[in-house]
Write a protein that binds this ligand. Sequence first.
Ligand code: NAD
Length: 428
Amino acid sequence: MANKHFNPFEMAQRQFDHVADLLNLDQATRDLLRWPQREYQFSIPVRMDDGKVKIFRGFRVQHNDARGPSKGGIRFHPLETIDTVRALATWMTWKCAVVDIPLGGGKGGVVCDPHHLSAREQEQICRGWVRQLARNVGPLSDVPAPDVMTNPQHMVWMLDEFEAIHGGKYPGFITGKPVGMGGSLGRTEATGYGVVYTIREALKELGLPLGKTSAAVQGFGNVAQYAVRLYRELGGTVVCVSSWDQADQTAYTFRKPAGVNPDELVGISDHFGGIDKARARNLGYEVLSGDAWIEQDVDVLIPAALENQVRADNVGKIAKKVRLLAEGANGPTTPEADQGLKERGVFVIPDFLANAGGVTCSYFEQVQCNMNYYWEKDEVLGKLDTKMTSAFRAVSELARRQGMFMRDAAYVVAISRVAKACHERGWV
Ligand code: NAD
């Protein structure tokens, strides 16, 4: 979330400016892509359970739709700001472009805290959000999805309101729906598996057989759990995961050098991905400080918890053995730490490439809804692997050819695709 020290939209614009210089983009294209094309800010009145009416602020930002309908989640968060939504919408444009799916970037939000709202109040916020935007979103223009503190139930309420207003069935209006209500099989696994597909390809380039490598993972939520599962299935060893302890208000790392077992860890986790320390010790895990994951003597690091985790103050703690860092989380590495990684020759798979499996599977959900025909899970995951692998190869080939850092190469691929679409449409 934005605060007075850190404005994510300013950071997104700085990243863009850097690549616009590398690409020597003309002024009109820069002016177009530095800012969202459209922004909606509105009020949602909700009659609360106590009978009083409360007004919630809502947002939708459509950063760029030159390559297809805007795509991006809706966050419910008490600290949501228009600048956070603008930044996330911008990053969605680059994410969809780097995996070459025909979608643009969007993001939405409501300033609210679901911890303190009843299910009925949340339903009214969802329906109110759609009523405000019913003519500005839709399967052919802007397709929302879940994000922080929104889930498949919220998506179904939003779909129902949209269909009531438009008088028809439009399952392609929104993704992240429950399976059986137009959701796609494989969506739960998609982001974590996608991270590992890109790791598999990177290790091939580094000449390391995945089956002989070890990894340390930060986090044990949706992304981390499925990344750990596939990494193990492919023969690798994950020596630790970490999680946030709500009671102690700190993070811990759970280590088993012979390899962690996600099934036993899921059995002792709460539904926010927090692991029980005492029960982990009983299962033979060492419980270490939250930072310990970054110091492990492994081949691969996978930050898959939250932003701002690999910084100037801890990048030096990374073991010499580490060859690869795959960003499962959004924004885990600061620009200063990036410099440290470059100097040490660590291969980085940047966030908007590594974790693009989620939006790619959302795109598959949309395609299945539009056909009204749903694929088996293996088919979804096979198509996901193909997409992620070819996206990775396009970026790494450019990085190799031009001697570029992977993050810069990924931005160059994404921004040039979007710029090209804007030129071809005659916008700039
Ligand atoms: P999640 O809420 O399911 O899990 C987050 C995990 O991180 C939990 O295990 C939590 O205990 C742990 N955690 C929180 N603070 C921590 C800390 N300080 N140190 C160590 N662990 C900590 O979230 P998720 O869906 O797995 O998302 C993780 C990251 O991946 C986020 O940055 C998210 O934006 C990004 N992402 C997620 C998806 C997706 O499809 N879920 C897609 C793209 C990007």
